[in-house]
Design a protein around this ligand. Structure first.
Ligand SMILES: [Zn+2]
Length: 257
């Protein structure tokens, strides 16, 4: 196939708009999580002109049908249709908005997937955005669930009821940022600072990571949820080797509310 034939080939996919950034006078780069190809950066030409054919369809958190045309460097957005317009309801609620930003940043940081995990990660993000947009679960629960399930998808499953060092299924009383649950006997051998891992927190993390939403929604102790988010965040940050600022901002908001 010649390069000119490649350049006009359009690819259709379902995608979630993660974020956008201005490009030149009138364009924007749209960072998308596509269902079939993972994260794609594409140009939306003329989107910042009032006459743009794209309207508000390429705002963050939108779920869209999109046609992309391959280009020399970046792909170009040729057509967009809205599937679910989550933007205004997420942006209308401060906790939901901060959670949405955290979901997006986590998605980008954990973007080293193999092709098999594209659809699963897409479904997890679409489900999480839907939950916070429709206010069916608390944002902090959605965030905890998303982190634990995305970590599993990335091959870093959180050990809650099994020691990550010796495999014992008893006395898992400590949490390590590098390997999660640690039993009391192994705790002294691990060369890193460990955190207390209480039964309440273990049970809650097991529920959010398994999607047992009835139990999660009936958990009313905010301290358990906050502690879980702190542990999950440390685990995530250790594995991606950098701080995830948007979670820290969301955590502050959850503490205050
Ligand atoms: Zn052990």
């Amino acid at each position: 196939m010649s390069s000119s034939a490649l350049s006009t080939k359009s690819h259709k996919d379902i995608a979630i708009v993660l974020r956008t950034q201005p490009l030149g006078e009138a364009d924007r780069i749209i960072i998308l999580l596509t269902r079939e190809r993972g994260i794609v950066h594409a140009v939306a030409k003329g989107i910042r002109r009032s006459s743009s054919k794209f309207g508000a369809r390429l705002e963050p958190f939108m779920l869209i049908d999109v046609s992309l045309v391959a280009g020399k460097n970046l792909e170009t957005v040729s057509q967009v249709q809205t599937r679910r317009a989550y933007t205004s309801s997420i942006m209308g609620d401060y906790s939901a908005y901060l959670t949405g930003l955290a979901l997006v940043e986590i998605t980008e940081q954990l973007s080293v997937y193999d092709a098999e995990t594209y659809t699963e990660s897409f479904n997890l993000l679409a489900g999480a955005l839907s939950a916070i947009a429709r206010n069916v679960h608390q944002p902090i629960d959605v965030l905890n669930s998303f982190i634990s399930r995305m970590m599993r998808l990335s091959g870093w499953d959180i050990q809650v009821y099994q020691c990550s060092v010796c495999g014992r299924q008893e006395d898992i009383n400590y949490f390590s940022a590098s390997s999660s649950g640690i039993c009391t006997s192994c705790a002294s051998m691990v060369g890193e600072k460990l955190l207390a891992f209480s039964d309440d927190v273990k049970s809650y993390i097991d529920d959010v990571s398994s999607g047992r939403w009835e139990q999660v929604d009936s958990q009313i102790q905010q301290s358990i949820k906050l502690r879980s988010l702190e542990l999950l965040t440390r685990y995530l940050q250790w594995h991606v080797e950098k701080p995830i600022r948007s979670i820290e901002v969301a955590l502050k908001d959850f503490h205050a509310s």
